[in-house]
Design a protein around this ligand. Structure first.
Ligand code: FES
Ligand SMILES: [Fe+2]
Length: 545
């Protein structure tokens, strides 16, 4: 929380990624893909329906040094080599620390329903199509049986880690081995664990079985460095991937949308500012290509690796750019970084469905590490959820307005005259030039956004976070139990006082019991309010901040 509060994205320092340390989930797995069950048949229709790519020349120079140019005419991109294939990349699903090995987990990622489960026979996380080959019941509602197989709880079919059907209870033991038929198998996605996150490759075609050997998810060495902390949070959010990632790329909103809950870098005394402290920002975009871009800022740089990763360094106190950024630009690994205080903000932004996304966020740092080891993770999540809530409604509404004008018209609809918006503009430029203007949902969705729910559901924390967070879940249950205990003590104390006959207990004891009853009752009420605000719903009113 403090790391998130203590920083904004305007103070990043540059680092390079390397692609090592990925623990493979399928290198030694003999995947068994039944052709009729391959989800990539749906993906094929996505690709068939790719829209024409267009380019808005919102930034005329690849290295932005002046204010942002107004949008210019569209340029069609015809070269297929320059087209971003949304389905040829690794996608993060969930942090391992928030997955329970005892049960399967259903997740939606890029419109695909997948089930993530721990295969104890191979000691690996597996990612399957969340659909039983028998009658399509969700496997994520199933269980892990005593032999470590994934069991569909509708009729009891059981599956091994390679997707093979191990057992069909209804098949006669002396009949044909129908469980060995290809159609009895579940489609398996290539998957791996990297940086403490389960990733999957969104195509079950056998040609991608060894995709990890050719292409790996982006790797952030500091997340795995034991000298850094690595508190992680996941949150489902009711606005889409595009709005999520551009918001994280926007340092200018931090002093306003998160006023009072995030620390912002001190401004020079010479710069005039309002109460919130907004000011001109020096941002330049160094490179926009098919794979993303890097943005240089006053104190460093941040990097977008398409489609999901946006990260950057910052140094507490804001070390100027004269060498610190370039010294961080190394592939030597974390050892070269520990000589000074450093922290990263790493965002994994996941498209879920139109109008829905998932954020996995971690802020590794190599100082004050003991705090994260002493303070439970859920305490940090209180502040991080508040930060996410504080601009959630703004972005939910903004997304609907972008939808109304059409995502590829973003640069026409928005007026972005200052360099403070340069990273956001570059992201939109990348989207329009290479990636079709938005995530490619193909024919799976109509393009309509879900209706806006009541505010209490929009900012709901329980279903969007608590049930998916091991730490918050445990704290939620523990605090609820404490609330009940306080009520029991309160009522029991009153009961004893009321039941005790005159002279049975002293006046001092009576007063003590009454005081305890009142205190416990007040504490339980306060705790009830705290639980609701922390784990369910905390409305956010900017007007009175
Ligand atoms: S639907 Fe899964 S066993 Fe019948
Ligand atoms: Fe949590």
């Amino acid at each position: 929380m403090e790391a998130l509060r203590a920083s904004s994205l305007s103070s990043f320092h540059l680092t390079k990624l390397s692609t090592r340390h990925c623990s493979t989930q399928f290198e030694k797995t003999n995947l068994n893909y039944p052709p009729s069950r391959r989800p990539n048949s749906a993906l094929s229709s996505f690709h068939r329906n790719k829209p024409q790519f267009k380019l808005f020349n919102a930034i005329s120079s690849p290295f932005l040094t002046e204010s942002i140019d107004p949008p210019e005419k569209e340029t069609e991109i015809q070269n297929p080599e320059e087209q971003f294939d949304w389905f040829a990349h690794w996608y993060p699903i969930m942090p391992v620390c928030d997955l329970d090995k005892r049960k399967p987990h259903g997740k939606k990622v890029i419109g695909l329903d997948v089930v993530v489960w721990w295969d104890r026979n191979e000691s690996e996380w597996k990612v399957f199509d969340d659909s039983c080959p028998h009658r399509l019941a969700p496997l994520s509602e199933g269980r892990i049986d005593q032999w470590g197989r994934l069991q569909c709880v509708y009729h009891g079919w059981c599956f091994g880690g390679t997707g093979d059907c191990k057992f069909i209870p209804q098949a006669p033991r002396d009949g044909p081995p129908v469980n060995t038929f290809k159609k009895a198998c579940v489609a398996v996605y290539p998957s791996c664990v990297q940086n403490g996150i389960v990733w999957f490759w969104p195509n079950t075609d056998p040609q991608y079985r060894d995709i990890l050997l050719k292409k790996r998810p982006p790797y952030i060495p500091e997340i795995d460095d034991p000298s850094y902390t690595k508190l992680i949070i996941n949150r489902d959010i009711q606005y889409g991937y595009e709005v999520l990632i551009e918001n994280l790329m926007d340092p200018a909103h931090v002093p306003y949308a998160h006023y009072g809950i995030m620390r912002v870098p001190k401004r020079p005394k010479s710069v005039k500012a309002d109460r919130e402290g907004g000011r001109p920002l020096e941002i330049s975009i160094q490179k926009v290509d098919l794979n993303g871009f890097t943005a240089k800022q006053q104190f460093g740089a941040s990097t977008f690796i398409a489609p999901c990763v946006y990260y950057g360094f910052f140094s507490p106190g804001g070390i100027p750019d004269n060498g610190s950024a370039s010294s961080a630009s190394t592939t030597e690994g974390p050892s070269s970084l520990v000589s000074q205080k450093r922290a990263l903000l790493v965002f994994f932004c996941i498209p879920v469905s139109p109008g829905n996304s998932r954020l996995i966020f971690t802020a590794p740092r190599n100082f004050s590490v003991w705090i994260d080891r002493v303070v439970p993770r859920w305490i940090f999540h209180v502040g991080q959820n508040l930060i996410l809530d504080s601009d959630l409604y703004l972005l939910h509404v903004e997304e609907r307005k972008i939808r109304d004008v059409g995502p590829s018209n973003w640069q026409k609809a928005c007026f972005v005259p200052t360099k403070a918006d340069a990273i956001v503009v570059s992201f939109r430029r990348w989207l329009n030039k290479y990636a079709g203007g938005q995530f490619d949902w193909g024919t799976k969705y109509s393009g309509a956004l879900p209706p806006t729910p009541p505010r209490e559901q929009l900012l709901d924390r329980y279903w969007s976070h608590v049930v998916n967070c091991q730490s918050c879940n445990l704290a939620y249950k523990g605090l609820n139990a404490l609330e009940i205990l306080l009520q029991v003590i309160s009522f029991a104390s009153i009961g004893i006082v009321a039941a005790a006959k005159q002279g049975m207990i002293s006046a001092a004891s009576r007063n003590t019991l009454v005081t305890m009853a009142v205190l416990c009752f007040v504490a339980s009420k306060w705790l009830s309010h705290f639980i609701y605000k922390t784990f369910h719903f905390h409305d956010y009113d900017h007007a009175f901040r």
